[in-house]
Design a protein around this ligand. Structure first.
Ligand code: FE2
Length: 291
């Protein structure tokens, strides 16, 4: 078991753990995700999240994003919000995601993040001092859930020499039709292709910038990873992956969080995400499940 998970992650850049959660556990998180849509921000404060279009209200968007490290912030689908802030769809399907501190601020997500199962996987992966640094509930709702363009998680969350590992848990079946993950198998061995960093030019209106242009990855390199609900996909920080828009009639909700190695490993000061007083990077092994 130990060798299989670790070996597969090192070989392919990802590992699929089926039946990581039971159906009733998925239901509990789905219900929590639905509950969050009942307290969305008012129309003046709605911020869109899109990996494609970032021209919309750049300052508001950047500040809201940067300040989301220690709380539960709401990011809307591009197509769900009109220029005046009114929604084009029902609030229940308007969100792209919420984050980035569900693992600390929400009792249900905290419970699943600091579970014995997660601790066991971390041990099997060889983590000595693992810490969760961010978490997200991803909606990918039917018809409106946008695509996530090809990227490496290390672009946004850079640690060295050991890259972060993403835990991506399907709360509903993820299929090619509703926007499952697609991976470039083995691409984690090719280094980090670009980084999103805090702009060293403090006079610039842009707080965050990419250090290089986006690489082009041919579609033929990608393999779809359809998984059934309850499956956890472990994602190496350097593996190239993406997901398509959800053009089906079925939602594809997922819960995801990222784990870093703290021992003898540097968390880049250039990362958008930084440790906060209310969001410390605490050791998973010694953190209780309950608040
Ligand atoms: Fe990702």
């Amino acid at each position: 078991m130990h060798d299989t998970i670790r070996h597969q992650l090192e070989q392919d850049g990802y590992t699929i753990l089926e039946d990581f959660l039971r159906p009733a556990e998925c239901d509990e998180m789905l219900e929590a995700g639905r509950e969050l849509t009942k307290s969305i921000p008012s129309k003046e404060d709605r911020v869109i999240f899109s990996t494609i279009n970032s021209a919309e209200k750049p300052h508001l968007k950047e500040d809201y994003f940067l300040n989301s490290n220690d709380n539960i912030s709401y990011f809307f689908e591009d197509a769900a919000v009109k220029p005046d802030g009114e929604l084009t769809v029902d609030p229940s399907i308007s969100l792209n995601k919420v984050g980035h501190a569900l693992h600390l601020q929400h009792p249900i997500f905290r419970c699943y993040t600091y579970s014995e199962r997660v601790k066991t996987v971390c041990r099997e992966l060889g983590f000595q001092e693992p810490a969760v640094v961010q978490s997200m509930y991803i909606y990918k709702n039917p018809g409106i859930g946008g695509e996530v363009t090809p990227h490496q998680d290390a672009t946004y969350l850079y640690t060295e020499p050991v890259p972060p590992i993403g835990f991506w848990i399907a709360l509903e079946d993820a299929t090619v039709q509703n926007g499952c993950l697609w991976m470039v198998r083995g691409s984690h061995t090719s280094g980090v292709h670009r980084r999103l960093i805090r702009n060293p030019d403090k006079t610039s209106p842009e707080t965050l910038i990419y250090d290089r242009p986006a690489p082009v990855y041919p579609q033929s390199c990608f393999t779809p990873i359809p998984v059934s609900r309850g499956t956890c996909v472990l994602i190496h920080g350097n593996v190239v992956h993406k997901s398509a828009p959800n053009k089906s009639e079925k939602s594809r909700h997922a819960y995801t969080f990222h784990v870093i190695e703290k021992k003898n490993n540097k968390f880049s000061e250039d990362n958008w995400l930084q440790e906060g007083e209310k969001a410390p990077f605490v050791n998973i092994y010694t953190t209780p499940q309950m608040i």
